[in-house]
Design a protein around this ligand. Structure first.
Ligand SMILES: [Fe+2]
Ligand SMILES: [Fe+2]
Length: 293
């Protein structure tokens, strides 16, 4: 559908991290209290996204349709790309090279370990630490040839009206689902309070990794993995009309996870080789040696 676009137009970000850097400007650390106060958290409206990030969201909001999501959900059923141990998947993800400055950017493994080490330092349970380690592993989608807009970016439900609380909502005017009245009402194809499990989310690393890990991790961990980029909900309070009681309860865990994802980045890079044995043990506690991808 976008053969006519150049490589730069297809993938406007210099690196996947550019999206996360932008999140940091949108949600600066000051004033954020993850303990149930997310709605009143500080959002910096004075930090408009840089041009590459805008270009990225324009593509994301245009192409993430219900049909696209259904197609990807089928295409990436676990097992379709064979099996692989978790640590090997981390090393695979680390082969991702983009145009960013290698001196200032952390490797993918370093970001994962920084997140998990920050969680570990705060004395959280082992499943929580493991969640930090794994939350972005779904970015291997990039290595399977998916464009940036189908790997990272804020996520949101498809199949119903797009909330004004999603970043740069005006770009949804280019989404063809807007032309379909049955997909454009507040509830669209869903029932009030039906629960997010019944809701199709825009396709990306969150949903993909949820599907890979859903038989192995506790519910709280799965919520963190599946919804950590759903900023319209966990930071802006949108889409409660689709949530059930369990979702509302579990979102406190999504909010508890968020600061570790966003604000653990400035610390010094973790020593990967030194930490590997600890994490190999932790992985083995929850996952089989071979995991279906
Ligand atoms: Fe992520
Ligand atoms: Fe992350």
């Amino acid at each position: 559908m976008h053969e006519q676009l150049s490589e730069k137009e297809k993938n406007p970000l210099a690196s996947l991290d550019q999206w996360e850097d932008d999140l940091l400007e949108r949600y600066p650390e000051t004033g954020y209290n993850p303990n149930g106060k997310a709605k009143s958290a500080f959002r910096n409206y004075d930090a408009p996204p840089r041009d590459t990030v805008r270009d990225f969201y324009q593509l994301n909001h245009r192409y993430q349709t219900l049909d696209f999501v259904l197609e990807k959900e089928a295409e990436y059923q676990p097992g379709k790309r064979g099996t692989k141990p978790i640590w090997q998947a981390m090393e695979f993800l680390n082969t991702l090279v983009d145009d960013s400055d290698p001196d200032t950017e952390m490797t993918q493994i370093e970001h994962l370990l920084q997140t998990s080490e920050a969680i570990r330092k705060d004395g959280h349970p082992r499943w929580f630490i493991l969640t930090g380690l794994m939350h972005d592993l779904g970015k291997v989608l990039c290595l399977y040839g998916e464009p940036q807009w189908a790997v990272v970016g804020d996520t949101f439900p498809v199949g119903c009206a797009f909330s004004e609380k999603i970043i740069l909502p005006d770009f949804f005017s280019e989404n063809p689902d807007r032309e379909k009245p049955e997909l454009s009402t507040e509830y669209g194809i869903y029932e009030p309070g039906c629960g997010l499990d019944k809701v199709h989310m825009s396709w990306g690393h969150d949903e993909y990794m949820y599907r890979i890990s859903k038989d192995y991790l506790p519910q709280e961990a799965l919520y963190m993995i599946r919804y950590h980029s759903f900023y319209a909900a966990h930071r802006e309070g949108a889409y409660t009309h689709l949530m059930n009681e369990q979702d509302k309860k579990m979102f406190q865990w999504v909010r508890a996870f968020n600061p570790y994802d966003l604000y653990s980045k400035s610390d010094s890079p973790p020593k990967v080789a030194e930490l590997k044995p600890y994490y190999e043990d932790l992985i083995a506690e929850f996952f089989p040696p071979e995991v279906a991808w």
